[in-house]
Every structure is written in structure tokens, then in C-alpha cells.
Design a binder for this molecule. Structure first.
Ligand code: HEM
Length: 387
């Protein structure tokens, strides 16, 4: 888990479709297959629109998890058409490239403020001081979460994400359920208040829409708030750690800021923040002559797809100027990341601000990875910085 990339090489070469006993999943490791299966409508993020747990041979979920699934399954990420189409359409207008481009000055101002304070202090933990607060502030402002409540978002999100790891412990499950309940309660109160006192924000806009049930409103807001910062935090941390491990590329980027757009894409490819996404097989499929039956689960290995030599020239090399870079880090198909244009702006602004304002950046110690495989991120990233 600390460095999965050599195992991925073996899988792609010798066993591109491989049944993995410990998790009961089919591992898919080649870029072309991951890309194709993400777009294949015979698979789904959920099966509950076509079958019950029983019909799919799955045990019913424990009752105590009901508040968790009620929130998660009401968001677009965990539903399939036609519900997915309806939910995505309702919010997609707020996330078009043009809409988010209009947010750039505000994103830049937040990034600059955070980076200046960080440089003035001589550095510290980049994750806590810059990587986390930037996307949390941006998405919280978009949704209209009052400033005094924003500190609640990060712990709720982290606790909810605990459920997405492979085999979460009973403790992690209970923590996730509690976080989902509290978050839902908070958003219901906020939506009620915004209905009476609308502002120029997404919660106010969604609260006016009659066709959205209360669960869907809550599920949509939880998804936007969580997805809207988790991976961005980790791309920032993993990205800087990648640059420190490739000092010539850091120097190249410093010397030529025009490389920022390709650098951001390359950092997302080289150390992929979300290593794996799962799909349920809704109708039998065949991949490289292997039949995968209805009811099975496939694990799409994004981290492996992003190092596939069939697609990327010299894939293990970090190349901040890589021009042809069809990485899969934002997914593909109908669930393709809605926030990709926003994430790109946030990353360019935060990397750019730090490069502009810090004359020197030094790593105080090698960082540690957080436990967990699916969400790949650092515990902290301690730097000494001089302006
Ligand atoms: C670098 C940062 C980000 C990465 C790597 C990332 C990655 C992804 C991926 C891989 C998916 C698809 C999952 C699947 O197919 O199973 C996804 C979906 C989604 N992302 Fe992002 N994301 C990022 C930032 C954001 C931001 C800033 C937002 C802001 C709102 C966001 C909102 C969403 C939403 C709403 C979905 C669900 C889309 C759907 O189901 O139609 N993401 N993201």
C-alpha cells in the first residue's frame, strides 16, 4: 500500500483481470479496460435500481447503518439513471468551466492569503495550513455554509470517508454513521433557514427546488461538500511530495510557470489520489476472455491505469511538461467528476501561489501516508519555507 506501483506493473502484464480472494473483487488494472468499464452501462455504482440485496445474493446491511446509507444513496454518485441524470442536471450549471472560471479571482485571493500566512510563519504542516483550508473554504462559500460552522466539515467528511476503505472496522462504521447523521441534521436546519432567508448560494438555490426531496437535498450537499475537498487536499499533499522526490522537475516548474497546467495533470497521474473505484456487474460481461458474472464486483485500479505503459510514454517518470496525458484520475462516463474544472483551478492557484511566494521550500522530514488504500493521502507535510 505504501508503494503499490510495482504490484500494478505485474498485474497489468500477467493478470489484467484477476480475481482477488481477500476482497472478493475482480481487479482491473489496464487503462483501456478501466476506461471502457467506467463507460459500460452493464455496470453500475449501485445495483439497487435493478435488484434487491437478496436478489444480488448480498446480506442486508446492518440496521444501524441506515442513517449513513440514507445520506449517501441520495447523492448522484451512488445512483444510476434516470435518478442520476435528474440530480446531476440540477447542480451541473454551478460547475461548468465558465461558472467556475468566474470563481478564479476568489480562489486566488483565498490561496494567496493562506500561502502568505504560511510563508510568514516560516512553514509548518502544508496540509493543515494550505491544502485543507483552500478547498474547504471554496466549497463552503459556494454552498453558503456560515463561517463559524466550517470547522465541522472536515471531521464529518473524514469520518464518512472511513466507510469507503476496504473492510472498515466496526468502530469506523459507527463513526461514519454518527457523522452522516449529524451532518444531515445540520444541513436540514440550514436548508430550512435558507428557505426563509435565501442567499446567493447553492444551498439556498437547492432549497427552492420542489422536485428535490429532503433526502436528496441533504445527499447532494454532503456529496458536494465532501467530494469538493477530499481529493484536492490529497493532490496538493501528494503533489508536493512528488515534486520533492523529483527535484529536477520542481526546478523546471519553478523556472517556467507556464508549465503549471500540465504539471497539475501530471501530479494527479503520477501519485493518484483515489486509487480505486468499484462497480457492480449488472449483466454478465467478458474482459480478455474472462467471464465476470452478474452480481460480481469489479475494482478499477486507477493508480495502475495511470501508469500503463500502453498509454503513457515512460510512465514512471514524473514529467511536469507531459503534453499527452489522458489520466483517469477524474473518472470517465456518466459519473465523471463534476468538480474537475474547479479542482484544476484550485490546484493551479495553490501551487502557483506557493511557487511565487516561497523562495525556498525544504522538507523537514519524509511524510507518512495515512492508513488506507482507496484514498491516498499524507498525514502531514512539514516544510521550512522562506519568502
Ligand atoms: C483533484 C480533485 C478531485 C478528484 C481527483 C476527483 C475525482 C473524482 C472521481 C474519480 C469521480 C468519479 C467516481 C466514480 O466514477 O465512481 C468523482 C465524482 C464526483 N466529484 Fe470529484 N474529484 C475531485 C474534486 C472534486 C471537486 C472539487 C468537486 C466539487 C464539487 C467534486 C465533485 C464530484 C461529484 C459531485 C462527483 C459525482 C459525479 C457523478 O456521480 O455524476 N470533485 N470525482
Amino acid at each position: 500500500m505504501a508503494y503499490p506501483y510495482r504490484v500494478y506493473d505485474e498485474l497489468r502484464r500477467d493478470a489484467p483481470v484477476c480475481y482477488f480472494e481477500p476482497t472478493g473483487q475482480w481487479l482491473i488494472s489496464r487503462h483501456a479496460d478501466v476506461n471502457a468499464l467506467l463507460r459500460d452501462r452493464r455496470l453500475g455504482r449501485s445495483y439497487l435500481h435493478v435488484a434487491t440485496h437478496e436478489e444480488f445474493g448480498k446480506p442486508p446491511e446492518p440496521e444501524f447503518q441506515e442513517p449513513f446509507w440514507r445520506v449517501i444513496r441520495a447523492g448522484m454518485l451512488d445512483v444510476e439513471p434516470p435518478v442520476h441524470t435528474r440530480l446531476r442536471r440540477l447542480v451541473s450549471r454551478a460547475f461548468t468551466p465558465r461558472m467556475v472560471e468566474s470563481l478564479r479571482p476568489r480562489v486566488r485571493a483565498i490561496a494567496t492569503g493562506l500561502v502568505e500566512a504560511y510563508v510568514d510563519k516560516g512553514g509548518g504542516d502544508l496540509i493543515a495550513e494550505v491544502a485543507e483550508p483552500l478547498p474547504v473554504t471554496v466549497i463552503a462559500e459556494m454552498l453558503g455554509i456560515p463561517g463559524q460552522d466550517r470547522h465541522l466539515l472536515r471531521p464529518w467528511s473524514a469520518d464518512i470517508c472511513g466507510m469507503y476503505e476496504l473492510n472498515p472496522s466496526p468502530d469506523a462504521q459507527h463513526t461514519a454513521v454518527r457523522a452522516a447523521s449529524e451532518f444531515a441534521g445540520y444541513l436540514k436546519d440550514l436548508a430550512a433557514w435558507r428557505r426563509a432567508n435565501p442567499g446567493d448560494d447553492l444551498v439556498s438555490a437547492l432549497a427552492q427546488i420542489d422536485e428535490l426531496t429532503e433526502d436528496e437535498l441533504v445527499g447532494t450537499c454532503v456529496l458536494l461538500l465532501n467530494a469538493g475537498h477530499e481529493a484536492t487536499v490529497n493532490v496538493t499533499g501528494n503533489g508536493w511530495w512528488s515534486l520533492f522526490r523529483n527535484p529536477a522537475e520542481l526546478a523546471r516548474l519553478r523556472a517556467d510557470r507556464a508549465l503549471l497546467p500540465t504539471a497539475v495533470e501530471e501530479l494527479m497521474r503520477w501519485d493518484t489520489p483515489l486509487q480505486m473505484f468499484e462497480r457492480w456487474v449488472l449483466e454478465d460481461i467478458e474482459v480478455h476472455g474472462v467471464r465476470i458474472p452478474r452480481g460480481a464486483e469489479v475494482a478499477l485500479l486507477f493508480g495502475s491505469a495511470n501508469r500503463d505503459e500502453a498509454v503513457f510514454e515512460d510512465p514512471d517518470r514524473l514529467d511536469v511538461g507531459r503534453a499527452d496525458n489522458p489520466h483517469i484520475s477524474f473518472g470517465a462516463g456518466i459519473h465523471f467528476c463534476l468538480g474537475a474544472p474547479l479542482a484544476r483551478i484550485e490546484l493551479m492557484e495553490s501551487f502557483g501561489a506557493l511557487l511565487d511566494r516561497a523562495a525556498t521550500l525544504e522538507l523537514r522530514q519524509d511524510p507518512a501516508w495515512k492508513p488506507g488504500y482507496v484514498i491516498r493521502g499524507l498525514e502531514s507535510l512539514d516544510l521550512t519555507v522562506a519568502g
